[in-house]
Design a protein around this ligand. Structure first.
Ligand code: NAI
Ligand code: MG
Length: 394
């Protein structure tokens, strides 16, 4: 059996709460690993002017495998205000460290499986014509391109003259050409053919391997004719090599409606970075919300696994902790799959499924309670109790 070295990056807020819980589960599942701590997050922006310090980059470069909790990201005026006074005026710019990490390590596939666990009181239900309810099983896997698109980071307020001049060569820019620089903000959406081909192919390969009947491109090619258009046309070309799998194309806005009507009809999805971010949160709402939403950032050489949720700062200081560790634990299960220990990943998911089905251990979110210290009086379990219930099943 292999022995792994995993860079453990708890980050901020509840990232620090849930990551250690996932390590307990990996250990119990029998994954042999050493964990090396990596600094990341808001504190390092404030104190060092870099939310992803070089020493963390070096650890990832060396070990190639990471677990990440969550970070706090704030708008640029807060980033400027909270920076150490000694670092101010040095031209430092805050970038989200997870977006930077995806780009730096070419973590170009952001894979987000969304599956309902039977017995979860938060699962999507639908009213039937006879007055009863049905609970369709949701099983969707989103392949979100992770390094480019709207999150490529190429953006300006008051674009430099060369950029402005170039934009003026486009007929559609005429209406904006006279806007004063400081009143003009531009974010680009960059799509490349190679990255598109890779995410589309990986989506089809996944569908083939796990028996999904469709791959749905969730874009907007009727309006975003160039970027969505390229994704759509590459998907059509690659789909020809997978005759048993249907290629569906549904606009991103339309899919946000369809997923709340017939989510069980969909399987694998492909989309650009921003659209995949939106779509995966939309789907997560059908299977229990952010407490259940796991993800993997998977490149050719490096991979980092993280829950979809953020640092939920309002719950950071509650002791005992109320937040749900399942999203982080399911992300750790994805790490097992990735390193070729799928049996361990399956056992972790199986243990979560049993705990959810039994319904004895439920964190506050699973009980639809407003978060706060009073949730325990109402029967919610702590973060650690949820982990313990999962460990017991393992
Ligand atoms: P969030 O995901 O941190 O929390 C939103 C709400 O979801 C929470 O208030 C809570 O009600 C619920 N929630 C989240 N995780 C939960 C869990 N494990 N168990 C139970 N309930 C949970 O998003 P928010 O509040 O919009 O952002 C907070 C900070 O996190 C911001 O600074 C944001 O930039 C950052 N963020 C970081 C992400 C990352 O690290 N990948 C992703 C999303 C947001
Ligand atoms: Mg998101």
């Amino acid at each position: 059996m292999s022995h792994y070295t995993i860079v453990s990056m708890p980050g901020d807020g509840i990232g620090r709460t849930v990551l250690p819980e996932s390590v307990k589960v990996l250990h119990k599942a029998g994954l042999k690993a050493d964990y090396l701590h990596g600094d990341i997050g808001w504190d390092f922006w404030c104190s060092e002017g870099n939310a992803l310090p070089d020493r963390t980059i070096a650890l990832l470069e060396k070990h190639k495998l990471g677990l990440f909790g969550a970070i706090t990201s704030k708008p640029k005026w807060d980033a400027d205000a909270e920076l150490d006074p000694q670092l101010k005026g040095k031209g430092l710019v805050y970038y989200s460290p997870i977006v930077t990490m995806r780009q730096k390590f070419d973590l170009d596939l952001c894979v987000r499986p969304i599956r309902s666990f039977p017995g979860n009181p938060l699962n999507f239900i639908r009213k039937k014509l006879d007055g009863g309810f049905e609970e369709p099983i949701v099983d969707a896997v989103i392949f979100r391109q992770g390094t480019e698109g709207s999150y490529a980071g190429v953006e300006w307020t008051n674009p430099p003259k060369a950029v402005h001049d170039a934009l003026c060569t486009h007929a559609k820019f005429k209406g904006f050409a006279g806007v004063k620089g400081e009143d003009l903000a531009i974010s680009t959406r960059i799509v490349t053919r190679d990255a598109t081909r890779r995410v589309v192919r990986e989506a089809f390969e996944y569908a083939k391997r796990f028996g999904y009947k469709s791959v749905t491109v969730a874009e907007k090619p009727n309006v975003l004719r160039e970027t969505s258009g390229m994704i759509e046309s590459e998907a059509r070309a690659i789909a020809k090599e997978y005759p048993g799998i249907a290629l569906w194309s549904v606009n991103i806005d339309a899919i946000m409606m369809w997923l709340t009507k017939n989510p069980e009809e969909y399987g694998v999805f492909v989309c650009e970075n921003l659209f995949g971010d939106i779509l995966s949160d939309g789907f997560a709402g059908l299977v229990g919300g952010l407490g259940f939403a796991c993800s993997g950032n998977i490149g050719r050489e490096y991979a980092v696994f993280e829950p979809t949720h953020g640092s939920a700062p309002k719950y950071e200081k509650l002791s005992p902790s109320i937040v749900n560790p399942v999203a982080m634990i399911l992300s750790a299960a994805m790490l097992c799959d990735h390193v070729g220990e799928q049996e361990k990943g399956d056992r972790i998911r199986g243990a979560v499924a049993e705990v959810v089905k039994e319904g004895r251990a439920r964190t506050y979110d699973m009980m639809r309670l407003p978060g706060g210290p009073k949730v325990f009086e109402k029967g919610a379990c702590t973060t650690q109790q949820m982990t313990e219930a999962i460990l017991a099943k393992l």
